[in-house]
Design a protein around this ligand. Structure first.
Ligand SMILES: *Cc1c(COP(=O)(O)O)cnc(C)c1O
Length: 398
């Protein structure tokens, strides 16, 4: 096997430099643990941005994928396949909605939700086509397509990529008055992350989403929840919206739905909304492919059977209390925040040197927005593993 250095050199030589990865090479993974080509072990505390909620190579999900590899892997939507219907039924039952549209990546699902809101606005609400407006939040992260970066507030994500797609209005995250003030007769949707992951694990004020939903209802605006990172048990509920006991009009899912095995994403809503799509008006060659559907069905089954949301809630509280103990001893740590196993540790200084120390002591994490370190291990992490990892984290932070 190539050494870590050989792998890194080759990747940097032939790959476009749109990422600056930490210098750790994944050559094997199981559960929470990964190994590099030299056989050194690490705790994976990033979980591929929550795509690996159920751990690397969950044995039952891998088996479901293997079984499907022996059947059929792709039909395209020109034909039916014998498993897509089961996937759609399962995700509708899970959400309590009546219709779903499968795509592959999170960004594609966000694009689909934008199209949904614009068509719904035109066909149902009666907004003139071309005049639809969607309200989004400052510091949002919804993906990397040209339209999605058009409403990003991150200049690095936008520089040199113009012209941008119009039709978006940005309001401060968690600001109810600003949301209501931004609504016009042409507003068709309000798009938000229930917790902003990329922005540094930022939770809205308690009760904000429920109140924002009421504002949306009052003005006949769709509430669209981007649960690509928060969904599927990560935050201690199956969906982060459940924390406030409300259901958005439109859910966007991705990442963990495919258990780190296959990319699969979906937009889920009721028929009165998703029936705006007509044959030929939207699609994806790989969307709803049988292999991804088989993985996602097994993922949803296991998540519910093993009560992963409850596990994330309890393990997250335990992990967070240990991080708070570290905060009490370290004046450089100013806040420990988050929900379930989506945790941010805020420093009053550059966090990168701490990340470097974490990695050299066997804990993989990454800083976001310079001063925050995100801890989001696979939910299969055991209490013993949390204890062991926290001992390493405490040493690295000291
Ligand atoms: C990761 C992410 C996306 C984009 O998903 P991709 O699969 O990378 O396109 C969209 N929304 C949120 C909240 C995310 O965290």
């Amino acid at each position: 096997m190539s050494s870590s250095k050989q792998v890194i050199d080759k990747t940097e030589k032939f790959g476009a430099h749109n990422y600056k990865p930490k210098e750790v090479v994944f050559a094997w993974g199981e559960g929470v643990m990964v190994k590099n080509p030299e056989g050194e072990e690490f705790y994976d505390m990033l979980s591929a941005y929550s795509a690996l909620n159920f751990g690397h190579r969950h044995p039952e999900i891998i088996q479901a994928a293997k079984d499907q590899l022996d059947g059929v892997t792709l039909s395209s939507r020109a034909f039916y396949n014998n498993i897509l219907g089961d996937f759609l039924e399962a995700i509708c039952k899970l959400t309590g909605k009546t219709m779903a549209l499968p795509m592959n990546t999170g960004a594609e699902a966000v694009e689909t939700a934008i199209k949904t809101a614009r068509r719904w606005g035109n066909f149902i609400k009666g907004v003139e086509d071309g005049k639809q407006e969607i309200i989004v939040c400052s510091e949002n992260f919804h993906g990397r397509t040209t339209t999605i970066i058009s409403f990003s507030t991150d200049e690095v994500a936008k520089k040199g990529y113009g012209p941008f797609t119009p039709g978006f209005v940005v309001v401060p995250y968690g600001d109810l008055a600003a949301l209501e003030a931004a609504i016009t007769p042409n507003t068709v949707g309000f798009l938000m992350e229930p917790i902003q992951g990329e922005a540094g694990v930022i939770c809205p004020p308690e009760g904000f989403m429920k109140k924002a939903y009421a504002v949306c209802k009052k003005h006949n605006v769709l509430f669209i929840a981007d649960e690509v990172q928060t969904g599927f048990a990560r935050t201690g509920d199956i969906f982060a919206c459940q924390h406030e006991g409300f259901e958005p009009d439109v859910y966007i899912f991705g990442k963990a739905l495919g258990a780190g095995i296959m990319p699969i994403s979906a937009v889920v809503a009721n028929e009165d909304i998703l029936s705006v799509f007509t044959p030929g008006s939207h699609g994806s060659t790989f969307g709803g492919n049988p292999l991804a559907c088989a993985v996602a069905i097994k993922t949803m089954e296991i998540m519910q059977r093993d009560e992963f949301a409850k596990q994330a809630k309890e393990k997250g509280a335990y992990f967070m209390s240990k991080l708070n103990d570290m905060k009490a001893k370290n004046p450089k740590i100013i806040e420990v925040r988050g929900r379930g196993l989506l945790i941010g540790v805020e420093f009053n200084c550059d966090a990168a040197p701490y990340v470097k120390k974490l990695i050299s002591s066997g804990v993989l994490a990454k800083e976001t927005h310079e001063t925050t370190i995100r801890f989001a291990p696979p939910i299969v992490i055991t209490y013993e593993q949390i204890d062991d990892a926290c001992a390493k984290i405490a040493k690295a932070f000291a």
